[in-house]
Design a protein around this ligand. Sequence first.
Ligand SMILES: CC(C)[C@H](C(=O)O)[C@@H](O)C(=O)O
Ligand code: SF4
Length: 477
Amino acid sequence: MSVQKPRTLFDKIWDAHVVDTLPDGTALLYIDLHLTHEVTTPQAYDGLRAAGRRVRRPDATLAVVDHNIATDDSRRTGIVDPESRLQVETLEKNVAEFGVPYIPLLDDRQGIVHVIGPELGRSLPGMTIVCGDSHTSTHGAMGALAFGIGTSEVEHVLATQTLLQKPAKNMKVQVDGNLAFGCSGKDIVLAIIGKIGTAGGTGHVIEYAGDTIRALDMAGRMTVCNMTIEGGARAGMVAPDQTTFDYVAQTPNGPKGETLERALAWWKTLPSDPGAHFDRVVSLNAHEIAPQVTWGTSPEDVLPITGIIPNPEEAADEARRAQLRRMVEYMGLTPGQRLQELPVDVVFIGSCTNSRIEDIRAAAAIAKGRRVADGVRAMVVPGSGLVKKQAEREGLDRILREAGFEWREAGCSMCLGMNPDKLTPGQRSASTSNRNFEGRQGPGGRTHLLSPAMAAAAAVAGHLADVRDYQPKEALS
Ligand SMILES: CC(C)[C@H](C(=O)O)[C@@H](O)C(=O)O
Ligand code: SF4
C-alpha cells in the first residue's frame, strides 16, 4: 500500500487545481475565482477583442472599481480627472460587452477588491484566486491560494480560466504567544517583515501558523496575508479553521445548507499534514512584539514605537549607508530622533490592509472621548460600502466624526496616489496601508506604516505615539 507523502496546505490546493504539468514543473492551474479592477484590465479586454475570444467563465469573474475613484460625495457627480474617468468608463464598457458581473461605484457592495471578495463570500477556502493586483495575497487568509498576476495573465485567465505557474517553495512562519495590548495583525506582519526583510519570502508561499495566528480574527489574518507580498513571497495563507468557517457562514454569497456542508467536509482536510515539509521555517514570539511603525521608505525599515531613528553611518557597508542616508533625508529625519517625537500632518485609516470593521472598531476605541490634534487631517476610509454601513449601525462613524475624523466612502483612497486623496510634498502621514516607498501616497509624501489603533493614537497626539499610552477611555457601546 502506498502511503501518501505529508502535504502542506499549499501543496493540497495546488494538487487539486493542476490541469497539466510541463517537464520543468510548470503547471497549468485551474482558477476558481478571478477578481478584477479598473487598473489592470483594459489591455486584457483589448487582447480578447483582437483575438475574437469571449470570457470563459463570467460567473467565476467579478469586477469592481476601487483605485481611481473619489471617496467623497463628488463620486456621485462623476470623476473629474480625465485619466481616472477613462479607466472606470473603460471597465464599465468591457464588463457590459463581455458579460462580466460588475459592482458599480454607487452600489453598497462596492469597495476595495480585496475587502469585498471575502466579505461577500466569493473568496473561499481551498480556492485558487487571482487578480491583477499584488495584494491578492490577502485572500490567502481564507485558506485559499491567492496571488497577484500581470495584465497578460489577466487576459489568459479571462480567456481560459487557467494560468501557468511555476511551483513555489513552502515556508512556514510560526507565531506563538499572546499579543500584548495595542498589538494586532499589522504589528505581527510588520515585525515579520522587519525580521525576514522585503526579499525574505522570495520564491516561497508562506503559511502562517502558531497559536497567535489561530487567535486572530479573519480581519487580522487578512492584514497579515495582505502584507506577505511586502515580504517578497508569492502568496500567504492561513489554514482554514472554525474561525474561517463561521466567517464564511455569515457572508451573503457564500455557500449555504447542503452545499456548505459538502464544502466543509473538504475544507477540513486542507490544513497541512503533520510532518509536511517546509523549505524554510521562521519563528516569532508574540510576547516580543511591541506596536510597530516604519520609519524609512521600505516596509522592512520598521521599529517598535519606542525606537529611535538609526544613524546611517553605523550601517555595515557603504551601499546600506547610502540607502539609509537617502531615507533619512527623504523622510525629513535626524538620526537619534525618537519616533514618538515625529509630528504628523495626515492620518489615513484605510486600504486593503486595514479597512475592515474590526480595524474601524480598533481606531474608534482609541478615538472615543478624544479629539484629533489641531492641524492634523485624519481620515477613515472604510474598505467597502458594507463595512461603512456596519460601522454606521454601530455608531462608529459618529464617534470618529465627533473626534474630528473625516468619514468617507469606500475605495483605495490615500493608499496610493491614483485618486484625489493624496499627500502634498513634505507632508508626513501615519497610514494603515502597506507601502511606504517615495511618493506612494503622493509626490514628496512621507509615509509611516502602522496599525489602526496606532494611527488613531497618532491622530489624537498629533505625532507618532505609543498606543499603550492611549488606552480606551470608554467602551464603544
Ligand atoms: C494598481 C495595482 C496594479 C497595484 C498593485 O498591484 O498592487 C496597486 O493596487 C498597489 O497597491 O500598488
Ligand atoms: S488599497 Fe492600496 S494596496 Fe490595496 S489594492 Fe488599493 S492601492 Fe493596492
